[in-house]
Every structure is written in C-alpha cells, then in structure tokens.
Design a protein around this ligand. Structure first.
Ligand code: IPE
Ligand code: MG
Length: 247
C-alpha cells in the first residue's frame, strides 16, 4: 500500500493525512475483495524497515492503527472478515500488540475473507523465524525441505499469493512475502494507495486473468509461446516473453 505520503503532498497536506486516507481505501478494498469472492487478502501495513521514518510519522502510524481498529473492527467482523497479523510483535509496544492480538481473537470465527495485516513484517525476517522455529521443533537438517519450512512461515495458514499488487509506482518488492511470492503474478501500478479502489482492483484482477501461469512447465499452449506477448501492456517485462519463459 504505497503512495500515501505523495497523495497528501499533492494536496499540500501532511503525510499523516495520506495515511488516514489510506486506511479508508483499505476498508473499501477489503469489502470489494470479499464481494468478489477473494478469500485471502494480505496487506503490507508497516515494514520492519519503516522504523527508520521520522519518529513523528512512526508514532502517527501507531496511533492511526489503534484508531482504525476501534473505528472499523466491528464492521469488518460483521462482514465476515477474519483478521490475522504477520510480523514480529515481540518488539512492538504492548498496546499495539494487544490491539492486534485482540482483533485476531475477536474475528477468529470468521472465514469469508482472511485479511492478513503485515505489521513489523519483513520477508527475510519471516524466513529466518521459520528456520529458527523448525530448529526449535527438532527438524533435522536432512529433513528440512520446502514443504516443511513452509509449515513454519508466519502465513502457513494461507495459500501462496496468486496476485501481488504494488501501488505508488515503485517497481520493487521491498522485502514483502519473499518466500510466498515465488510464483505470484505481479501487478505494478502508478495509482497512489489512497486512490486505489474497487475499479483499480478489477484492473489488477483482469490483468491477472490474462496471464498464463506455468509454474516452470511449458503450459497449455505447448511450446512456451507467451500468452503475455503484447496482451498486457501494463506488465513491465512481457514484451520479450521473458516472464513467460519458463522460470
Ligand atoms: C504508505 O505510503 C506506506 C506505509 C504503509 C508506511 P508511503 O508513506 O510510503 O507513501 P509515499 O511513498 O511517501 O508516497
Ligand atoms: Mg513509500
């Protein structure tokens, strides 16, 4: 969910106003995703690197999280949303930790849409904590394979993501879901997060629907002829078929 700060700056407002607008966008996108039958939505709310931001912005984001939960939790719960948290909560303030754990507990009986909020999350952190947990569980080096390690990743309850969306124009992963995104389809858009809505979600899903997923195989079309070739000009590397080229 990138672009909150720029969204606010364009309006000559403080960055915090953009974060607030970002929460409103998120609530609408969650509803839109649930309406479309999407079962799992995972959002990068605060990265393990975001602590580097000015202290005023960090504390603003923490307060906003508490306000957003108290404002929207009841509605999300009534809409069948189950909230789960991915990230290192051992190093955040007890107030934040309790609020996040409380939201998880409060919505644990829901199953219409699982909303995972990645908070104090980093993809590398996730892999390291999974390795540690596997070792602590007594998994021997020779037994450690991909399915085994996957069981220890923070989001072992969810399928790997099909579609990875990044708003705000940057074309990088920024340490999000590194393990889980091995075969995700990527959608990068210049749309700033507070402007992202149901129509933008539909664009991303339509782009996803045009892609041929081969998971390393040659695919249904037989000879590795990219279904992407020219069909999807919002893909950054579709022209030469390199994404479709069997990696
Ligand atoms: C939201 O957007 C990111 C967070 C959730 C912390 P940014 O705050 O990164 O906005 P830009 O990139 O400065 O526009
Ligand atoms: Mg940013």
């Amino acid at each position: 969910m990138d672009g909150n700060g720029r969204w606010a700056r364009k309006r000559l407002m403080p960055r915090g106003v953009g974060h607030k607008a970002g929460v409103d966008a998120l609530v609408k996108v969650v509803q839109a995703a649930a309406d479309r039958g999407i079962g799992y939505l995972t959002v990068f709310a605060f990265s393990s690197e975001n602590w580097k931001r000015p202290e005023e912005e960090v504390s603003g984001l923490m307060s906003l999280l508490l306000v957003a939960l108290s404002k929207h939790l009841t509605r999300l719960k009534a809409d069948g949303v189950r909230i789960r948290i991915a990230g290192d909560l051992d190093t955040v303030s007890p107030r934040i930790r309790d609020a996040l754990r409380g939201a998880e507990k409060d919505t644990e009986d829901n199953s219409r849409l699982v909303l995972t909020v990645a908070f104090n999350y980093g993809g590398r952190w996730d892999i390291v904590q999974a390795c540690r947990a596997a070792m602590a569980a007594g998994v021997a080096p020779a037994e450690l394979d991909e399915p085994t390690l996957a069981r220890f990743m923070t989001m072992s309850y969810a399928p790997d993501p099909d579609l990875f969306i990044r708003t705000g124009g940057e074309v990088r992963l920024s340490n999000f879901l590194l393990w889980q995104s091995a075969y995700a389809e990527f959608f990068f858009t210049d749309c700033l997060w507070p402007d992202f809505d149901a129509a933008e979600l539909d664009k991303a899903v339509a782009s996803f629907a045009r892609r041929e997923r081969r998971f390393g195989d040659v695919g249904a079309s037989g000879q590795g002829e990219g279904a992407l070739g020219g069909a999807d000009d919002d893909l950054t590397c579709a022209d030469d078929g390199s994404v479709a080229g069997g990696r």
